[in-house]
Design a protein around this ligand. Structure first.
Ligand code: NAP
Length: 307
């Protein structure tokens, strides 16, 4: 984008948590125009309706974005929305397990629908989680696979730990493995070859005090909220190097999306650790070239798209 020109950004998950901090920061720059997808549209012009739990809503949002763009390209696409649930029992209107459907499939569909609108030199940031990697020792059930059909219908997964909490954790960590694999598959897309698009899978580390725990049991919500108190952020951060404040996680997301921070050559996984951005490798499963291609193809089928 030429210096001084307006930069158009499209974002999910900018209404609460560290995403709201990122959105606020991006909006404060007069050079940015931010189109936010939101479940609750507050001010006209501020955001466009989007419920990631309905593929039809994703299609309508992509159409509304295209209308707003009026032919202008997208300079940054920020796919940050996500949720975690206490089980894997809920299904979306499309019949898919909710965590997988919202965190992965809806974002995959949005990405596919908006690919043609990406500018040359655009940036795509997909928010993942270090919990996709057993090596981070986050304590959540690690992903056993990124098989879209089994994640969409966990009842058909022969290896599923059916204890509700374990199944819910698996749905979350596997959806975030899908996010890294989607970033990898995106880089291979023929249609992007000449556009020099920067793709980043962003792990914000552990960020307490956001809305992410809202579907978890009361005691977990309480711990999440107390640990997120600003007065605790410094001592709590010393306990664990994956911890970050909401402000650090939000500002870093904004810096990645706006190109203030660029990945070193060949790196796509940006992990914020103790306030410092690192460019380490994601998990071994997240580096699987064939797994990324298969997920891309299978997700297309579930989302009703050609592969
Ligand atoms: N906090 C952490 O420790 C942590 C760690 C690793 C990764 N992450 C990831 O970081 C991202 C942001 O999380 P957060 O901690 O900031 O949580 P958060 O405060 O709950 O933010 C989640 C965002 O996603 C939106 N969202 C959820 N379901 C949606 C739906 N069906 N349709 C449209 N938007 C929806 C929420 O909208 P509403 O405002 O309408 O709820 C909100 O803007 C998520 O992808 C999460 O998985 C978080």
């Amino acid at each position: 984008m030429p210096r001084g020109a307006m930069s158009t950004m499209v974002m999910t998950g900018g209404t609460s948590g560290f995403g709201a901090i990122a959105a606020g920061r991006l909006r404060r720059s007069a050079e940015n125009r931010l189109l936010l997808g939101a479940r609750r549209v507050q001010e006209p012009g501020g955001s466009l309706p989007l419920d990631l739990a309905e593929l039809e809503s994703v299609r309508a949002f992509a159409g509304a974005v295209r209308g707003e763009l009026a032919g202008a390209p997208i300079d940054a696409l920020i796919l940050n929305a996500g949720l975690v649930r206490a089980d894997a029992n809920r299904r979306t209107v499309d019949g898919y397990e909710t965590t997988f459907a919202v965190n992965h499939l809806a974002h995959y569909l949005l990405l596919r629908l908006l690919l043609p609108e990406l500018a040359t030199g655009a940036t795509v940031v997909l928010t993942t989680s270090g919990t996709h990697d057993p090596a981070t020792g986050a304590g959540l059930t690690p992903p056993r696979h990124a098989d879209a059909a089994l994640l969409a219908y966990p009842d058909r997964d022969p290896g599923l730990d059916t204890r509700p909490r374990k199944a819910g954790e698996h749905a979350y960590t596997a959806s975030k493995l899908c996010t890294v694999l989607t970033a990898r598959a995106l880089m291979e897309q023929e249609s992007l070859r000449d556009k020099a698009v920067t793709v980043i899978a962003y792990c914000p580390g552990q960020v307490f005090g956001t809305g992410l725990a809202q579907d978890l049991p009361f005691y977990m919500r309480a711990v999440w909220s107390v640990m997120g108190a600003p007065v605790l952020s410094r001592p709590v951060r010393r306990l664990n190097r994956t911890l970050n404040t909401r402000v650090d996680a939000g500002n870093t997301l904004a810096d990645l999306a706006s190109g203030v921070v660029r990945p070193p050559a060949g790196r796509i996984y940006a992990a914020l650790r103790g306030g410092q951005l690192t460019w380490s490798d994601p998990s071994e499963a997240a580096r699987g070239v064939e797994a990324a291609r298969t997920l891309w193809r299978d997700s297309a089928e579930l989302a009703g798209l050609p592969a």
